[in-house]
Design a protein around this ligand. Structure first.
Ligand SMILES: O=P(O)(O)OC[C@H]1O[C@@H](O)[C@H](O)[C@@H](O)[C@@H]1O
Length: 275
């Protein structure tokens, strides 16, 4: 058995959905929320980083959030040292009967936790003979001390679609209204963000993806989820790098690459935070 320092970066990778269930970033601690409840039905564990492909949420005929998050991926590479932990998963999605997904794709998810942070890279190749379009991305559940007092900067002024406020067209900035109401906002771009969780600050950067989705089910919605303990809706916010409004078209042989980088910033919890 190999020992490692408690400050070594560590991942908890799962072949089910290529889900990174947890990332321990040394002195930055565990950065994801992971529900202690078992999933109900054929859905993934709630928490960590589910992979969404080829359909975002219920915007299409496929099961919610597509086929990749419930598929069994191959863990093709894993390496651990005191300074890093990396894992590489692969999945070949074959055409489905009945024409629901008549395409072929090869997916690679690379995850690397290092002393500097966490990098996730999703690569999607069209391995079939016809073009297809997809929506989806990554769905990280960032752990926060209390969603009602955490803050997120970098979104002010962006175009936004709010599921619960169709009149809102521009993100006003300031503290998000995480006061127990559900939040589901799809932004028109994917700029760098900073999340103040209450005990740490995270720099969150995405490339290749086109939009941020920010989601929290709120008090009633969270407590209605059978795989979430009562009150745990307060302990996470999902900040998801996605492609939704403009489905990504891939010709045969074409490759999409999207990355998510998370860095733990020096942070004193008493310092002021503003949007
Ligand atoms: O409960 P699920 O299937 O994991 O989905 C969680 C949420 O994921 C978000 O990305 C969607 O915007 C929400 O509509 C959805 O409810």
């Amino acid at each position: 058995m190999t020992s490692h320092s408690p400050t070594s970066p560590r991942l908890t990778p799962s072949r089910a959905g290529a889900q990174i269930l947890q990332a321990h970033l040394g002195t930055g601690g565990d950065i994801f929320y992971l529900s202690p409840r078992s999933p109900v039905g054929s859905v993934p564990i709630r928490g960590g980083v589910p992979v969404l492909f080829p359909q975002f949420a219920d915007r299409g005929p496929l099961p919610k959030h597509g086929l990749a998050r419930t598929a069994l991926w191959a863990l093709v590479q894993e390496s651990k040292s005191d300074e890093a932990h990396s894992a590489v998963f692969e999945l070949a999605l074959a055409p489905r009967p009945l024409g629901v997904w008549p395409h072929a794709a090869h997916l690679i998810l690379q995850a690397e936790a290092s002393l500097h942070g966490l990098r996730l890279c999703l690569q999607i190749t069209n391995t079939g003979s016809s073009a297809f379009s997809w929506t989806g991305g990554l769905h990280p559940y960032f752990a926060v001390d209390d969603v009602q007092t955490c803050s997120l900067t970098g979104l002010a002024g962006l175009r936004v679609q709010d599921r619960y406020d169709p009149c809102l067209s521009t993100e006003p900035g300031g503290a998000p209204n995480w006061n127990g109401q559900p939040v589901e906002r799809l932004y028109g771009a994917c700029p760098p963000l900073t999340l103040f969780t209450g005990s740490r600050a995270l720099a969150i950067t995405a490339n290749g993806f086109e939009q941020w989705m920010v989601w929290n089910p709120g008090h009633d919605g969270g407590d209605a989820l059978p795989d979430l303990p009562t009150g745990d809706w307060r302990r996470f916010v999902c900040i998801e790098p996605v492609c939704v409004s403009h489905p990504v078209s891939l010709l045969p042989g074409q490759v999409f690459t999207g990355t998510l980088d998370i860095r733990v910033l020096p942070y004193a919890p008493t310092s002021g935070e503003s949007a």
